[in-house]
Write a protein that binds this ligand. Sequence first.
Ligand SMILES: *Cc1c(COP(=O)(O)O)cnc(C)c1O
Length: 450
Amino acid sequence: MKNRDEEKLYLDADARATQYVNTVGTRRVYPTQAQIEALKGFEEVLPNAPTDAHTMLAQLDTLGSPATAVSTGPHYLGYVIGGVLPAAAAADKLVSVWDQCASSHATSPVAAKLEAIAGRWVVDILDLPKGSAVGFGTSATACGLSCIAAARRTLLARQGWDLDEDGLVGAPEIKVVVSDKAHISLFKLLRVLGFGRGRMLIAPTDAHGAIDPDKLPPLDASTILCLQAGEVNTGAFDPFTPIIAKAKAAGAWVHVDGAFGLWARVTKTHHHLTEGIEGADSWTTDGHKWLNTPYDSAMAICKDADALAQAMNSSADYASAESHAQQNLSMEFSRRARGIPIWAVLKTLGRQGVSDMVERHCAQAQKLAAGIDGKNSIEVINTVVLNQVLCRMTDEESTADFTARMQASGKLWFGTTIWNGQPAFRLSVSNWRTTDADIERAISMLTDTK
Ligand SMILES: *Cc1c(COP(=O)(O)O)cnc(C)c1O
């Protein structure tokens, strides 16, 4: 491809991207059935001959763009998806064309430098112990796996067991304690690591999904205790201070899943929810949810930097790297420089900007809850402590019907969940683009009895 052709192709992609971005506030939040059916246009046999790249882009845009869930727009309140800040998406474009393998200094000096800085900034803004290692991974799932692997390896080493050499056969048993409201991905990663569901010790929770410290299963020096900052339905936080004190006295390892909730720590208004969390040993959080970086982006943070670097070590004869190089801190050996969009957000928003965004979303969630509770048969079930509003209608059927009707409108999107055995729907405010006016609009849609 000649330089000029390459330039034209990027300009074409940029023009289409700009056009998409310009319409995210006005296009349907979720595609129509017809737009989804039009995806059949992609069902072709694998071409033998090359296709012109502009033709490919045109098809991608014409069929693909209308079939997106417009989660990057202001009216999407589903899951805890978050949007993408322009600064982060723009930095990520450069990351794409740089195509750096962010394994080590040798593979990319710029990625190694910026990810080291991003890691320090993340530890700083989240007020976690100085010197903690930060591995940039694809997801809170993958990063949680890295942290728990480091936890198990460390607890075994303290008992004189060399996990790297001898594996798990015959090893002393390491127990895990998890909340009965832990995120499904935590159960998955524990399963993948070989912790059977039937052997996990389950910590009972209160009505909002926070662990009850008085009902905590027994802890000892062979236990990994998994806590949660931000339950995915209610936004509840486990009471860290009393629980972590107990765990530390017992010699247990404490891991915190803070996929979105950890960002509350940046604010003045919600910092108290995370009090004591700094006493844990490891934490995971996502960039792609509340920090509004592009997918896929998450962080494994470990107070004992060597524990993570040794558990995830992948130095090879042909690819030896600094001990704390990224290839030794996350699941991936080769990967894109996903720490750079995180750096870009922290650089452009600053501490204050991140705090403002998180506080604004929490205030908007309050406003949303107050505006709909008791109207149009909606009941807000949770105490809104963060950015999540959990609701139900008078019965199961109307909850499902109402959610389906709102989704079909294409003007607002949110999903259903099950809370304590009952169907519910869930509104999450986590997109930088959502304004107070968008919240007013959502309230009037949700409470419109027509
Ligand atoms: C989303 C989420 C996860 C999983 O994060 P991924 O990045 O999707 O793997 C884990 N825990 C909580 C509380 C979450 O909200």
